[in-house]
Design a protein around this ligand. Sequence first.
Ligand SMILES: Cc1cc2nc3c(=O)[nH]c(=O)nc-3n(C[C@H](O)[C@H](O)[C@H](O)COP(=O)(O)OP(=O)(O)OC[C@H]3O[C@@H](n4cnc5c(N)ncnc54)[C@H](O)[C@@H]3O)c2cc1C
Length: 399
Amino acid sequence: MQEFDYDLVIVGGNIVGATLALALKGSGLKILLVEYQSPFQALNKKQAYAFSLLSREIYSQIGLWPEISSQLGAFREIILSDGDYPATVNFDRAELDREHLGYVSEHYVILTALYQHLESNKDLSWASETQVIQIERNEHYCLTTIKSQEQIKVIKSRLVVGADGAKSPIRQQAGIITRGWKYGQSCLSFTIKHQLERNDIAFERFSATGPMGILPLPDNRYQIVWTNPHDLAQSLLKLDENEFLARFQEHTNNLLGELEIVSPPRLFPVQLLQSDHYTLSRLALIGDAAHCCHPVGGQGLNQGIRDAASLAQVLKLAHNSGEDIGKIAVLKRYENWRKKENMVILGFTDLLNRTFSTSLLPIVWLRRLGLESLRKIQPLKIFALKLMTGLKGKKPQLT
Ligand SMILES: Cc1cc2nc3c(=O)[nH]c(=O)nc-3n(C[C@H](O)[C@H](O)[C@H](O)COP(=O)(O)OP(=O)(O)OC[C@H]3O[C@@H](n4cnc5c(N)ncnc54)[C@H](O)[C@@H]3O)c2cc1C
């Protein structure tokens, strides 16, 4: 009989890792969540995300939705436009018969709620300001070496889950190969306050320099994710606030009226990445550790939340039927489910970014044909809308 310290160790206690921990609450599995940052550092990330209809369903299932919903922005329309082409594609909530087409959450809102709910989980131990420095796996167990201040400990578990972000040391140490590319683009992410009457429209604006997402937050604010070629993004970042705002207003034709910057721009390089494997014996990857996509369409975190919920469902079912949760046969159920679905989103966001971030005439004609098709062929429009809102594919069931 093996003696385990924990059933599973989750490496990375940001939104994706913490969502997995919460989704496993009540499963009877003993969990250690290891996060390198302090809770203060983790909560203070100045980012906001488009939060999909499916993420809402998952957070309803794990009991978080009622708590966060009043703190989120919500949109009833998405307006997609292409440079100065006059015809836009307007997606409306009525087309899906939903109250909203999606939500926008600040990082701290989701993470605060997750951390609070995890406090009451008796099967969860939390190691913050602790780094995983090594993992050894064999057929029967994993040994995870963790370092906290100068203390080193070795933890024995059935399974290790890497929710440790795009650079995933866990993935690299396991020798899992990734495929993908860097985009030659960077995103400027910032928040503005506006004076418009409506605050329930999301915009996806394409131009030859790159896409721009405009996402409504509570209190008449918008989160902006503005993609540009690296050099242009760097030079925009160096401008003072007034000059920067003037360039933004010029680029958007004063779409949002009078504005004030409430959180200054920060720069993020963007990449596409897909791991060859999401699982090995006694190891699973979720979130950015497994895949990354271009921020156009606001999909990355939503994919990670869906990974976490899907893995939780697979692990719960396996545990309830007496299976060993670290066995590759169990973990493959998760990989076979999620890898294909993530590939579709990676391909979709890549296609959007490539076809719209160019002024090459044949591609401009093609994409305008695509836009017209989206405007006129309703089933195509509904397909695109369902893909963006997470309503395509197999939905995780946690209750
Ligand atoms: C500009 C921009 C805009 C975006 N907008 C959206 C959006 O609108 N909607 C959306 O869905 N997605 C969006 N994304 C994508 C989203 O930000 C990511 O997909 C998501 O944050 C990934 O979460 P994660 O938990 O997988 O990884 P991370 O947030 O990177 O978390 C990994 C955690 O692991 C910890 N860690 C790493 N190594 C170790 C170790 N050895 N030991 C212990 N802990 C460790 C880290 O400290 C970190 O807390 C955007 C991305 C960018 C760049």
